[in-house]
Ligand binder design. Structure first.
Ligand code: AMP
Length: 546
């Protein structure tokens, strides 16, 4: 690479992009600001900063050194936030263990990440106990306990979190680190094979934080600024809680951590703590709305990024009708995760609700520094006409550089120097990306592609339908045909023919093609979900192979 060389002063400080600067920024800006743990605890940013130092001192006493890996099994708590900072700031790697995986998969990720120490919420002790004989060499265990009584377990525990912190020094001498040092690791459960590890450096997390912050700054709807109250409702093990806890801490806003999710207590926390900014998957938003309606609690003014899966238009309409500012975020484990946000452009904010819903449910425009293309199989760019569908490939400063210890899949991920998302999308004339499918979920029928996400969205627009999934099943004549799996409101009734008529209405208006309407609709009590609450199409395909 060429360019003009920079002149350096010998005593100059070559400021590395490190996670500790994010913490320092929040503590300096808002030392008295609060961090709240459900009904359990309140503390100031100043105290939080001290606790981060104490945690590092305590972990160092347990033997944690730069380069080690520290696994965490916890719900969404300020403790977890302390780990988000203390562990990488020590030069160690934070492994956010997905506690919703099966014990076998948890075991696999612990061994694959080579965790040296595990911090475990007492609720997950039985899981660890079940796999302890197969966990590779001696792990140090630190107990995370919200209860007064001592947890009973045959596992030998090395420390209890609060006792460890109380007898540790808040002034831990955090080392100078290389900004490219690995800070975090976690596992994504793809559709096939074993979980795959992704990893992010300090520099990447800092740039992701700053770019996300800048995408969310300023005026207009759906912005996250000083004065907001933040509460995550995506698990902190899932892509660092979408990176927003780092953004919130850097800003110095009030933060609320809900612990384990119970819809009623989430709604009560939003009301009591005046939470104004959150993010969650569509299924959680649905639960929160139902609970708020049952409890008679208003959520008007609440801003919420919906991501992880497409936001159904019916859900967006319901949320907007309640005065909730719901919009979409798109990304994946491999991308840290934020790639795009569906903020309306200023001229769209006056649009009627239906047109707004349409734009808010698209995946939106790229965050700063994100380059997005939609390409055909030869990596040719496709027109941004809202119709041409291609794979989304991306570049940004914060994408995983590969899969941990998995060179083959890493090469596929980065084929041609672009990260392949495996998602299919269109880009419209306004520059808004809209995901139409996963490559492996797309339904190929009679030589055409039918978008399973579009079909699900239309089915969900029927008032009695509460969940819908569409998968492709093999068909001798058409290659594949769509099969719809549907859950309806308890106490309601609808026949297959009525639901098909609902879809044929859309076909008659040209919203979908006629061959997109499934011949078969199966009514179920519930649909299987993944560990982070998304529709589990892999499980559905196994259940309905034909
Ligand atoms: P994960 O790695 O588990 O976070 O899953 C990432 C995948 O979720 C993406 O590749 C998309 O297929 C899907 N996804 C995430 N956000 C959205 C969204 N807003 N709309 C549609 N699909 C999404």
């Amino acid at each position: 690479m060429t360019g003009a060389p920079i002149e350096r002063t010998q005593s100059e400080y070559g400021y590395p992009l490190l996670i500790r600067s994010l913490l320092r920024s929040g503590v300096t800006r808002a030392p008295e600001q609060e961090i709240v743990y459900a009904d359990q605890k309140r503390m100031s940013y100043r105290e939080f900063g001290e606790r981060v130092g104490r945690l590092a001192s305590g972990l160092a006493r347990l033997g944690v050194k730069p380069g080690n890996t520290v696994g965490v099994m916890d719900w969404d708590t300020p403790r977890y936030l302390e780990c988000f900072f203390a562990v990488p700031m020590m030069g160690a790697v934070l492994h956010t263990i997905n506690v919703r995986l099966s014990p076998e998969q948890i075991l696999y990720t612990i061994n694959h990440a080579e965790d040296d120490v595990i911090l475990v919420n007492c609720e997950f002790l039985p899981v660890l106990d079940q796999i302890r004989d197969q966990v590779e060499p001696v792990k140090r265990l630190v107990l995370l306990n919200d209860k007064d009584e001592v947890a009973e377990t045959p596992l030998s525990l090395d420390a209890e979190y609060e006792s460890l912190l109380s007898c540790s020094d808040p002034d831990y001498p955090f080392p100078e680190l290389d900004e490219d040092a690995r800070a975090t690791t976690f596992y994504t459960t793809g559709t096939t094979g074993l979980p795959k590890g992704v990893y992010f450096s300090h520099r990447q997390l800092v740039l992701h934080t700053l770019a996300t912050r800048s995408a969310l700054a300023g005026t207009g709807h759906g912005r996250f600024n000083e004065g907001d109250v933040y509460m995550p409702i995506t698990p902190m093990f899932h892509v660092h809680g979408w990176g927003l806890p780092y953004v919130a801490t850097t800003l110095g806003v009030k933060q609320v951590y809900p612990g384990r999710y119970h819809p009623d207590s989430l709604v009560e926390l939003i009301r009591r703590e005046k939470v104004s900014f959150s993010h969650c998957v569509p299924t959680i938003l649905q639960m929160v709305l139902s609970s708020a309606c049952t409890q008679g609690i208003e959520l008007a003014g609440w801003k919420v990024i919906i991501g992880g899966a497409a936001m159904p238009q019916a859900l967006a309409k319901q949320a907007l009708g309640l005065g909730i500012d719901a919009f979409t975020g798109y990304g994946m484990s491999e991308t840290c995760p934020i790639l795009t946000l569906s903020h309306l452009k200023p001229h769209m904010e006056g649009w009627d609700i239906d047109r707004q819903v349409e734009m808010r449910c698209k995946t939106g425009r790229p965050a700063p520094m994100v380059e997005i293309r939609i390409v055909d199989e030869e990596m040719n760019d496709l027109p941004h006409d809202g119709v041409s569908q291609g794979e989304v490939v991306v570049r940004a400063p914060w994408l995983t550089q590969g899969y941990l210890k998995d060179p083959v899949n890493s090469r596929h991920l980065w084929a041609g120097g672009w990260l392949h998302t495996g998602d299919i999308a269109v880009i419209d004339g306004e520059g808004y990306l809209k995901i139409t499918d996963r490559l492996k979920d797309v339904i190929k029928t009679g030589g055409e592609w039918v978008s399973s996400l579009d079909l699900e969205d239309l089915i969900l627009q029927h008032p009695v339908v509460i969940e819908a999934a569409v998968i492709g099943v093999p068909d001798p004549k058409w290659t594949e045909r769509p099969l719809a799996l549907v859950v309806i409101q308890p106490g309601e009734q609808i026949s297959e023919a009525e639901l098909k008529a609902h879809l044929h209405d859309f076909a008659a208006r040209g919203v979908i093609s006629r061959y997109g309407v499934p011949e078969r609709i199966v009514f179920l009590e519930m649909l299987p979900k993944t560990s982070v609450g998304k529709l589990d199409k892999k499980a559905l395909r196994q259940l309905y192979p034909e």
